[in-house]
Design a protein around this ligand. Sequence first.
Ligand code: BES
Ligand code: MN
Ligand code: MN
Length: 459
Amino acid sequence: MEQVQSFITENKQRFLDELFDLLRIPSVSADPAYKNDVILTAEKVAEHLRNAGADKVELCQTAGYPIVYGEKIIDPSKPTVLVYGHYDVQPADPIDLWTSPPFEPVIRKTEIHPDGAIFARGSCDDKGQMFMHVKAFEAMWKTGSLPCNVKFMIEGEEEVGSNNLGPFCIANKERLKADVVLISDTSIIANDCPSIDSGLRGLSYVEVEVTGPNRDLHSGVYGGGVTNPINALAKMIASMHDENHHITIPGFYDAVEELNAAQRAELNKAPFDEAVYTKDLNIDAVHGEKGYTTLERTGIRPTLDCNGIWGGYIGEGAKTVLPSKAFAKISMRLVPNQSSDKITELFKNHFESIAPAGVKVEVRPHHGGEPVVTPTDSKAYIAASKAMETTFGKTPIPTRGGGSIPIVALFERELGLKSVLMGFGLDSDALHSPNEHYGLFNYYKGIETIPYFHKYFAE
Ligand code: BES
Ligand code: MN
Ligand code: MN
């Protein structure tokens, strides 16, 4: 292990330069304008895997963006780790709010990252975290210290729902045979407080369209006489939470797994400083479902949030118009044992039932995903825990992540594989937001920790 760690130290600058090169390519999967860049990124990732020593490196074509595959089988009798990550990123908008251009990575110091952080879209989610695995593999392979077999599956459509990864997994069961899936695409509590997510929320995402009169109207001539779709939509959205911030969709909570008092107490042992939380977000209070702590609200409770809302006139100045249509994008985060399809159906029925007279509504489902819970007593979890303990000097705390990686449930269902969510980001790293960044501490800590995972897992 000493050789691996000195290889990492000797190659620190190159590891950073290579990540910078990847971050310069705007691999935004949601926007077709970036198609060539997304594909170029896949090619670069493949090249990095090859240079690191991986065999059978291939861009596997799908109906969407390619999946980068590579492997190193040192001994079929040894355990196999399947590394999953994604090379696509979220759109950079709103661009104006970035301090430096999103695809020109720079290092700046912050209060939380006094040693500096890499500012760029995808630095944390997930190019930076995915690339740690490529570099850790390189360090293990080139120093003759790889203790087990490794397979890589890096996709380019995570941020748009991983629609083509499921079919790929089903069609490639033999090739993807492994003992565990290792993923770095989540957060730790703090740099001096490591943690491992033992679960992720699921997702149901819908778009709604509310149509009133057949055309935009003069808001003076017709105002007061017809239902305004924006007013109606606002009221419908507001009505979906009651005064205790419970969601009012009938049946919404039916399948929700309630944790017992001991499980809740365990979850709330994780350090959480409300003052730090509110200060970081510049808000004067936290908010959420009555009877639950912030850690519970964001980890083990389902939610309903409006992600975007539009309609009418939003240009410069004022235009007195009563719009024909209003739209919103709404996400629901789900917990065990809610089903994404079922919740989407409940939402649709409810939304249609609360539409006031004078408007028609349409609900269009987007992607979804199932929640997952990962074991904390498995050989793989224990290996991850020991690995982090070795490099952080503290035992990581098991936590529940609020975000979603829908494909994790599919790995379990289709490949029979459990995942370990050994992420190294921070929730405050501005994922999906302007000025996304990833601490240099976190990048290098990840590269140092991953070889220990392989070592302990292979033992
Ligand atoms: N890496 C995130 C998920 C995440 C972030 C989990 C932080 C836990 C902590 C992933 O890239 C992501 O953004 N997922 C999407 C879902 C997807 C279907 C668009 C999400 O959670 O919104
Ligand atoms: Mn991610
Ligand atoms: Mn993401």
